[in-house]
Design a protein around this ligand. Sequence first.
Ligand SMILES: *[C@@H]1O[C@H](CO)[C@@H](O)[C@H](O)[C@H]1NC(C)=O
Ligand SMILES: *[C@@H]1O[C@H](CO)[C@@H](O)[C@H](O)[C@H]1NC(C)=O
Ligand SMILES: *[C@@H]1O[C@H](CO)[C@@H](O)[C@H](O)[C@H]1NC(C)=O
Ligand SMILES: *[C@@H]1O[C@H](CO)[C@@H](O)[C@H](O)[C@H]1NC(C)=O
Ligand SMILES: [Zn+2]
Length: 438
Amino acid sequence: MKFLGKPRSQTAASLPLCLLLLKILQPGHGRLYSNRYAGDKVIRLIPSSEQEAYTLKKICRQLKVDLWQPSSVSHISEGTVTDVHVPQNGSRALLAFLQEADILHKILIEDLQKALEQGSSLRPPRNRRSLSEYNYEVYHSLEEIQNWMQHLNNTHSGLIHMFSIGKSYEGRPLFVLKLGRRSRAYKNAVWIDCGIHAREWIGPAFCQWFVKEALLTYKSDPTMRKMMNHLYFYIMPVFNVDGYHFSWTNDRFWRKTRSRNSRFHCRGVDANRNWKVKWCDEGASMHPCDDTYCGPFPESEPEVKAVANFLRKHRKHIKAYLSFHAYAQMLLYPYSYKYATIPNFSCVESAAYKAVNALRSVYGVRYRYGPASSTLYVSSGSSMDWAYKTGIPYTFAFELRDTGHFGFLLPEMLIQPTCTETMLAVKNITMHLLRKCP
Ligand SMILES: *[C@@H]1O[C@H](CO)[C@@H](O)[C@H](O)[C@H]1NC(C)=O
Ligand SMILES: *[C@@H]1O[C@H](CO)[C@@H](O)[C@H](O)[C@H]1NC(C)=O
Ligand SMILES: *[C@@H]1O[C@H](CO)[C@@H](O)[C@H](O)[C@H]1NC(C)=O
Ligand SMILES: *[C@@H]1O[C@H](CO)[C@@H](O)[C@H](O)[C@H]1NC(C)=O
Ligand SMILES: [Zn+2]
């Protein structure tokens, strides 16, 4: 069990080292991501009329901004909170335009490069010597996560089995952990995936946290024991392995997969628009250079196809599908692709209501909840809708912290509180499920 947590005292002891690291990160010492975000800004805009929304869309397309929220320019409309990452050379033009047009706005991040380096210089130093003091309060690279999975597979074979469900576009294995006490009796299962979108790093951190909590507490916590005894959990800590890797090595704000396109230079498909449910309709783009590109055909992405195949094969015993995203602080359920309520809506709705209340009870953090279409926006071809249509009765998508203050750069200091509160929500949904509502 040593592997599962680090003693608190160590965090304090490592503070002087942090300061040392800060020194090392001074200019000139190999800037992160080759300094490519120097002077970039993240700006929040809220159009107050459809006319303003229209002009905003136009300028966002012109300046080729990296949209943080919503995911597509087409969703910008009156009252939509819109966070844009503008490159350094475009931010002056955008700010001048906003001033002139009198559009409500606020600078969320003044210098993205600085924000990024600040976040990583405050992190506790990694322990590279041994896996025995694994730190769950830092973001881990793909290689680190895969080594961690392998290690757990070797040391906790009673509760964990690691297997691969296929290969990514770039040939990386797609690993899944099967978690739960092995039993001859029939057991239902819960599927959990994290990291469909590469830049949402808090997702994979949560998946790791969930596994750690399960292993650490299943003997002492009756709820966790029940979960491990009565269910299996299939956990895929990094769904979009190629994209996640790319977000560590090249572009921190990469979202899509990394597949090539024969006619355009742009790479990647939105792995949450590539599923065969109202594929490439509203809220998805047919253009390969867009962040919500649906792909050339449904399940074109090997990562999506592998998970879809697995869920199809096991749909009889998988009772819940949970997918972890960021950021917005929302708990969403179907439908995503249309404004309509699902059959037996009240059951799923009450599960969501209880889950967000359980979450809020920890630090008072509020989540909105409801059908994805009316709570977030309409998007077709999502994994959640597909899982629901395939026969999994409880399907949810979490949009974790925050609501835009740090956005995708959620500091590592917030991993612990975010994961702690989210654990309660997930446990609550799971227990609801065991009670067989309705
Ligand atoms: C900003 O710089 C990029 C690459 O350096 C260039 O492609 C783009 O056209 C520039 N944008 C503006 C508004 O000058
Ligand atoms: C996990 O461990 C089992 C043995 O307990 C082994 O058969 C399996 O190949 C391991 N999985 C991976 C992906 O290495
Ligand atoms: C809705 O609930 C009823 C039982 O109350 C059940 O028979 C039916 O299969 C459920 N439908 C769906 C789509 O889950
Ligand atoms: C789920 O959360 C509700 C509060 O929203 C609480 O009353 C209930 O006890 C929780 N159930 C479990 C099993 O944690
Ligand atoms: Zn996402």
